[in-house]
Write a protein of this length. Structure first.
Length: 381
């Protein structure tokens, strides 16, 4: 059986479903030497010939400074299929990882992942490429989902594509629908030069233990693997209760704050805005937004963003005139709630209405590192 056909079918399905590759794209492919990245490079080299759109591919291998890094076989393989492999010196990464390594623990995977993405981002910028392709597959997505649920208390996995606004580069995962077993079999059939992992933490990570957990589930319930995979894209079957959240104001029970999470939330706000003859401003696209509710009805919004773990910008803060009397308490409740898990917190008031800022305790007294004239409030616990 030609497993490459299965992999190409999964790649095409992901591209058509999530819009990963466009005409004229210049795509960097992260080539680690593992089976997944080698399969991705091989599949993309073929996909270009029948996808109905033309794109350029450039493989890049990062030298992360791990022992026994020998890219010669990768260089030769890339040459054999028409590519000149770029070997990027990122050897400083291992030193950074060791500096963050806790006693008795392996090197931190999350930091390594971020640094690899940053390094690939830098190469893409330097060479003028607009996309970076990683070889994460379907099994990786499910493992990440379970790791986030077990260790992070959240239902989340990585996305098929992610646009980085600051760098104007998009990360894509063309193998997101491919099964790991198909990739392993493709690597054998195609005799790809798979290298042994040089990562010191290989086989001792939380991902490894999560993979073993899922194998146990699949053995007991064979249908679970396909059902879990279908779940990732089943928006109609997605039902949790976070979209019912209304955080009641402890000072005035008529009011509540609701995270802006769905299209329904936007519609509720726009209905309130229309009824008020647009006295409320349009919702902001950036940052985090809370709807202000009065007796469960949207009457305003608060938009903010964290500059760092101890500094919050309040970008907008407004309600309908008829509910302004109770809004001071809502604003105080917001400040207390937002600062509950950090100490201290410096709030910068960038919204309209300095009279409200004064009543909340903000002042224009100069703070170190803050532009003169800024209205600030520091909360310590």
């Amino acid at each position: 059986m030609r497993y490459i056909r299965r992999v190409l079918a999964a790649l095409r399905q992901a591209d058509e479903k999530y819009g990963l590759i466009d005409e004229g794209d210049k795509i960097l492919v992260g080539l680690s030497g593992g089976k997944d990245s080698l399969c991705l490079l091989k599949a993309l080299s073929i996909y270009d010939k029948f996808a109905g759109k033309h794109f350029k591919v450039q493989p890049v291998t990062l030298n992360l400074g791990f022992d026994n890094f020998h890219p010669e076989a990768l260089i030769a393989y890339c040459k054999s299929i028409g590519y000149d492999l770029i070997v990027e010196d990122s050897s400083f990464v291992y030193g950074v990882l060791k500096a963050h390594q806790k006693e008795g623990k392996h090197i931190p995977c999350s930091i390594c992942s971020r640094m690899k993405k940053a390094a690939m981002n830098s190469v893409a910028h330097r060479l003028g490429y607009n996309k970076v392709a990683f070889a994460h597959h379907r099994d990786d997505a499910l493992e990440t989902l379970f790791m986030n649920m077990i260790h992070g208390g959240r239902v989340a996995t990585f996305e098929p594509k992610m646009y980085l606004e600051k760098s104007k580069i998009e990360f894509i995962r063309p193998l997101v629908l491919a099964k790991e077993s198909d990739l392993a079999n493709m690597a054998k059939e195609e005799e790809l030069p798979v290298l042994a992992s040089t990562c010191p933490a290989n086989g001792f990570t939380e991902r490894y233990f999560t993979k073993e957990l899922l194998k146990t589930i699949y053995k007991a319930h064979p249908e679970a693997e396909e059902n879990f995979a279908a779940m990732l894209g089943n928006y109609q079957g997605f039902q949790l209760y976070f979209d019912q959240i209304e955080i009641e104001d402890s000072l005035d029970k008529r009011y509540a704050l609701r995270p802006l999470l769905s299209a329904d939330d936007v519609l509720k706000y726009e209905e309130a805005r229309a009824k008020s003859q647009k006295r409320l401003s349009p919702l902001k696209r950036d940052g985090t937004t809370y709807l202000v509710l009065y007796k469960h009805q949207a009457v305003g919004s608060i938009n903010f963003n964290w500059d760092n773990p101890h500094q919050v910008n309040i970008n907008s803060l407004e309600v309908l005139p008829k509910t302004k009397d109770g809004f001071l308490n809502v604003a105080k409740f917001f400040l207390a709630m937002t600062s509950a898990d950090a100490n201290p917190v410096l709030f910068l008031y960038k919204a309209k209405g300095k009279a409200l800022a004064k009543r909340l305790g903000f002042s224009d007294q100069k703070e170190p590192g803050i532009p003169a004239g800024s209205w600030t409030l520091k909360i310590r616990r």
